[in-house]
Design a protein around this ligand. Structure first.
Ligand SMILES: Cc1cc2nc3c(=O)[nH]c(=O)nc-3n(C[C@H](O)[C@H](O)[C@H](O)COP(=O)(O)OP(=O)(O)OC[C@H]3O[C@@H](n4cnc5c(N)ncnc54)[C@H](O)[C@@H]3O)c2cc1C
Length: 665
């Protein structure tokens, strides 16, 4: 099948406007006769459901949690980008577009990214109108901070709870429509298959997770907004329930899956503490605005710190290696996530990791306490403040900005990060890959759409911080509501879709048989046993460092593990009650298939991209050489700016990466 991205002709800055001017529309009276299923009510699905219902469509929304408010989006901490240029620091639609494409290692679809940058400003207005309490500055205006990979401050935030506040906004917009009867909300329902009739997505099979009942639901279009699949690694910063099932089911029914192997490895997570951990915790990237990342310069100090005979605070400035500031002076601690993660791993691999596992670097706020404290002393007219007073004043400012994150760190690590530097290490965080979509956000199954983290289109090999919330809300509030109309205009006379067709029957049968298999198998190993084993293969062989041999072994190991799973998995309980293990069995079964595709994708890409090193051969001094293919996806954008390419090459030189250039017209 030839993939057609359906990107509008014409200059990139005019594409979206031209597109909207020429698409088919569905008149308000006809929208009443059209049903849309939205699977997922996080920021992407919640905003889409509310907007489609507001437009007049009949929406059926599904979520496996007990309320849309509990979607994984609620975990988002740091902020949401928008090219508002409130700071007057040189931001623009073009710069946001440019940063996103560069940050994604030039592997994003540019037309989509330009549209994203264009609508970003509308998102902030929309959310402010909903009452989202974004942080404000002294004068009452919306405040901004900076995130990695950019040289401007364009990130809007609500303390360290931006996702929660945005989700409450989307949820209240949804609730208005639920009250009007325009959204029918199916909480605690899991979509287990998509139903394709005459080549078009016409419904889903869902399981009521409380009663176990299998249900058929029909619609004129199906939207997948089911989030990311980072949990294929077992340990990740994602919510425990995040999974690939919805995306995987549409893939198995014919939708293409793109870039499965591009995973974002986030640099600032709380390090793993041992083998019995089931979850990793993110420390927001916003902390890199004020925290400085370092490891000791000397291995003797590393040893003393690990043994507990020295404290990090005892090391003088010249005994510390602020390696990001040293290597990347322009961006300093705010390099893109992939660069920061690779650098942390490189230092730890070289033996400079500061905790017992050797997998941790410091994130230190001492300099910020001093800087803010001195400023506050001046503002408050405190003459000759003591060092202790300066620290106290500075800590108050840092607390106001990131207090909940510091509290979370202390609860998990049992160390006070105001007194000793935080320890951080890279961890799986976001999946740039996902269901392939065209410019309309439609998959290769007509009438089936994918939005938010579930699709692949906007972030290439690496997502810049604060861009996922932007993409989810752009897709849901401002893009899908237009593009879906273009398709649905042909359905105004179709009438209700019956659920009595053979296609619904076959899909339901398949779902039921699989559930019965899990309950009746009575094997010897728990679902988590398999999930954990899969996660280890994924991290060791398909994680930050990859090579052809390891990937080939991973493919074999995952395939063998999958066979073992289908023979020996044990799911306790019954299928007619709330059974978390049963739900998880289905999700892990899908991870076991995705994992293999993931490894195959990584194998055929002979490149380093984003957070992944491809290590191919030994250099003369015995070190593995890392290869990076540096693509110029469309020459028109970049041909005037070779400076940037040179800069990028310099960054890569620090990491012993060989750059192969390719040019595309
Ligand atoms: C700790 C953390 C912090 C983050 N901080 C930021 C940040 O500061 N800024 C930023 O831009 N991004 C951040 N991100 C990324 C961002 O939060 C996510 O990418 C984004 O929220 C995903 O939104 P979504 O709507 O696509 O999916 P989700 O919020 O994951 O929602 C998925 C929805 O799909 C439903 N669902 C899934 N499968 C099924 C199924 N089979 N049947 C029925 N329902 C289903 C779920 O119930 C849920 O409602 C962070 C991520 C993490 C892990």
């Amino acid at each position: 099948m030839a993939l057609d991205s359906k990107i509008q002709k014409g200059p990139i800055k005019d594409k979206w406007t031209d597109y909207k001017n020429h698409i088919n529309l569905v008149n308000p009276a006809n929208k009443r006769h059209i049903d849309v299923i939205v699977v997922g009510t996080g920021l992407a699905g919640g905003s889409a459901s509310a907007t489609l219902a507001e437009l007049g469509y009949n929406v059926k929304a599904f979520a496996y949690q007990d309320s849309p408010r509990r979607a994984h989006s609620i975990a988002a901490q740091g902020g949401i980008n928008a090219a508002k240029n409130y700071q007057g620091d040189g931001d623009s639609t073009y710069r946001l577009f440019y940063d996103t494409v560069k940050g994604g290692d030039y592997r994003s679809r540019e037309a989509n990214v330009y549209r994203l940058a264009e609508v970003s400003a509308n998102i902030i207005d929309q959310c402010v109108a909903q009452g989202v309490p974004f942080a404000r500055d002294y004068g009452g205006l919306l405040d901004n901070r900076s995130f990695g990979g950019v040289l401007v401050s364009r990130t809007f935030y609500a303390k360290g709870q931006t996702g929660q506040q945005l989700l409450l906004g989307a949820y209240s917009a949804m609730n208005r429509q639920i009250a009007r009867g325009k959204i029918e909300m199916f909480n605690r329902h899991e979509m287990l298959d998509v139903v394709v009739v005459d080549g078009k997505a016409r419904g889903i099979i869902a399981r009521n997770l409380v009663t176990g009942e299998i249900e058929r639901h029909s619609a004129h279009a199906v939207v997948i907004a089911s989030g990311g699949y980072g949990n294929v690694y077992f340990l990740s910063t994602n919510a425990m329930g995040s999974n690939v099932t919805a995306g995987w089911k549409v893939h198995k029914k014919g939708a293409y899956f793109a870039n499965p192997c591009y995973t974002q490895i986030h640099p600032t997570c709380i390090p793993r503490s041992g083998d019995y951990q089931s979850k990793l915790t993110l420390m927001s990237e916003s902390l890199r605005n004020d925290g400085r990342i370092w490891v000791p310069k000397n291995l003797d100090d590393v040893k003393a710190i690990r043994e507990g005979s020295k404290k990090p605070t005892e090391l003088t400035e010249d005994q510390r290696d602020y390696y990001l500031e040293r290597r990347y002076p322009a961006f300093g601690n705010l390099v893109p996530r992939d660069v920061a993660s690779r650098a942390a791993k490189e230092r730890c691999d070289a033996g400079y990791g500061v905790n017992a596992t050797g997998e941790a670097v410091y994130l230190d706020f001492a300099a910020s306490f001093e800087r803010y404290g001195k400023e506050q002393a001046k503002i408050q007219n405190i003459l000759n403040p003591s060092e202790a007073k300066i620290k106290e004043l500075g800590q108050e400012i840092v607390k106001a900005k990131y207090g909940n994150l510091f509290q979370m760190y202390e609860k998990i690590v049992d160390e006070n990060p105001y007194e000793t530097p935080m320890m951080i290490y890279p961890a799986v965080h976001y999946t740039m890959g996902g269901v392939w979509v065209d410019y309309n956000l439609m998959t290769t199954i007509p009438g089936c759409y994918a939005i938010g983290e579930a699709n692949f289109s906007d972030h290439g090999a690496n997502r810049l911080g604060a861009s996922a919330l932007m993409q989810g809300l752009a897709d849901g509030y401002f893009v899908l509501p237009y593009t879906i109309g273009d398709y649905l205009a042909d359905d105004i006379r179709t009438g209700k879709i019956s659920t009595e067709s053979s296609e619904f029957e076959a899909a339901e049968k398949e779902v039921t048989e699989r559930i019965e298999f899990f309950i009746n198998n009575k094997g010897t190993h728990s679902v988590d046993y398999y999930h954990k084993k899969l996660g280890k293969i994924m991290w060791d062989k398909c994680g930050m460092s990859r090579n052809a041999e390891g990937l080939e072994i991973a493919i074999e190991e995952i395939s063998a593990l999958r066979k073992d799973f289908w023979q020996h998995v044990n799911v306790p309980g019954t299928s007619t009650e709330y059974n978390e293990q049963l739900a998880k069995a289905g999700r892990v079964a899908d991870f076991l298939e995705l994992g293999e595709l993931f490894a195959k994708d990584a194998l055929v890409r002979e490149e380093s991209a984003g957070g992944h090193f491809r290590e191919e051969h030994q250099t003369e001094d015995g070190e593995a050489k890392r290869i990076k293919e540096f693509q110029f996806v469309s020459a028109w954008e970049y041909k005037g700016e070779p400076k940037d390419a040179v800069l990028h090459k310099e960054e890569l030189a620090y990491e012993n990466i060989e750059v192969k250039e390719r040019s595309y017209k």
